[in-house]
Design a protein around this ligand. Structure first.
Ligand code: BGC
Length: 272
């Protein structure tokens, strides 16, 4: 039985999940919608996948709308925020989730690979966070809806901490997301805007499919996860709901790692 609507933690709130058409973003969009948020499911190219996420949310009794934008392009981001304001009036929650990998050893990495990943993973988060913060400040507090005037959740990674050979563009983007998040949290706290990150470990999504392809690869991956399982998008969705809800109203400027212990240096458990 679904919970009565009054007990939903994100009732009457409007959320945007960038990169919501697949992977962690799709999981987060569904979790936020299940808690009553009206969710804008952003996609860059996968219109069909976004439509499918919207359909699943609606079938479960939630509210969702697909919205196109390449988050690395300022004009796209501005258009997306205009569309959200036109259709929903305002925004309460941004989940800055869009992220890509384009891996290569440093010696072979092209400038194009570097700029593409930094463009989506870091510049995209800056552009969306800036527009969300502008909207939160413009609209002002709505204490009957949420204690905070707005909430920004940045999708980081264990790789904001853990260096990752062969992925220098990706690891650098996530290191950047850490300072982006903390600096925005410091700057926006007086406006009662909370900014936090989630640091997922290995979550079963298309982005790391190649690391889980064969039983041997999966076994190797599990040596990095003390908790003994690969994560699911819903593991991250539940954390996002909490960070977006009033239950975390005194939490700002943190990265909450949801990684089955990947950041615990498991190699040191029987070594060092
Ligand atoms: C990456 C995944 C990887 C995980 C753990 C994530 O940020 O996108 O490909 O499996 O970190 O290394």
């Amino acid at each position: 039985m679904p919970a009565p609507s009054s007990s939903k933690r994100l009732q009457n709130q409007v959320a945007l999940v960038t990169g919501g058409s697949s992977g962690i973003g799709a999981g987060v969009a569904k979790s936020l919608a299940a808690e009553g948020a009206r969710v804008f499911v952003n996609y860059s190219r996968s219109a069909n996948d976004a439509a499918e996420v919207v359909r699943e949310i609606e079938q479960a009794g939630g509210q969702a709308t697909a919205v196109q934008a390449d988050v690395s392009r300022e004009e796209d981001v501005l258009r997306m925020f205009d569309q959200i304001r036109e259709q929903a009036g305002t925004l309460h929650i941004l989940v800055n989730n869009s992220g890509i990998q384009d891996d290569a050893p440093l010696l072979d990495m092209t400038l194009e690979q570097w700029q593409k990943v930094i463009g989506v993973n870091l510049t995209g988060q800056f552009l969306c966070a800036r527009e969300a913060a502008r909207e939160f400040v413009r609209r002002g507090p709505q204490p009957e809806i949420s204690k905070a005037t707005g909430k920004i959740i940045c999708m980081s990674s264990v790789h904001e901490l853990i260096p990752w050979a062969g992925h220098v563009n990706y690891a650098t983007s996530k290191g950047g997301v850490m300072q982006l998040m903390k600096t925005m949290a410091q700057e926006l706290a007086p406006h009662r805007i909370r900014v936090n990150s989630i640091g997922p470990g290995a979550i079963a999504t298309p982005i790391n499919h190649s690391a889980r392809d064969t039983p041997q690869e999966e076994k190797n991956l599990l040596t990095l996860i003390p908790y003994g399982r690969v994560g699911e998008p819903a593991d991250i969705g539940h954390v996002a709901v909490w960070l977006a809800s009033d239950e975390s109203d005194y939490v700002t400027g943190i990265t909450l790692f949801a990684d089955g212990g990947m950041t615990l240096y498991p190699g040191f458990a029987d070594n060092g």
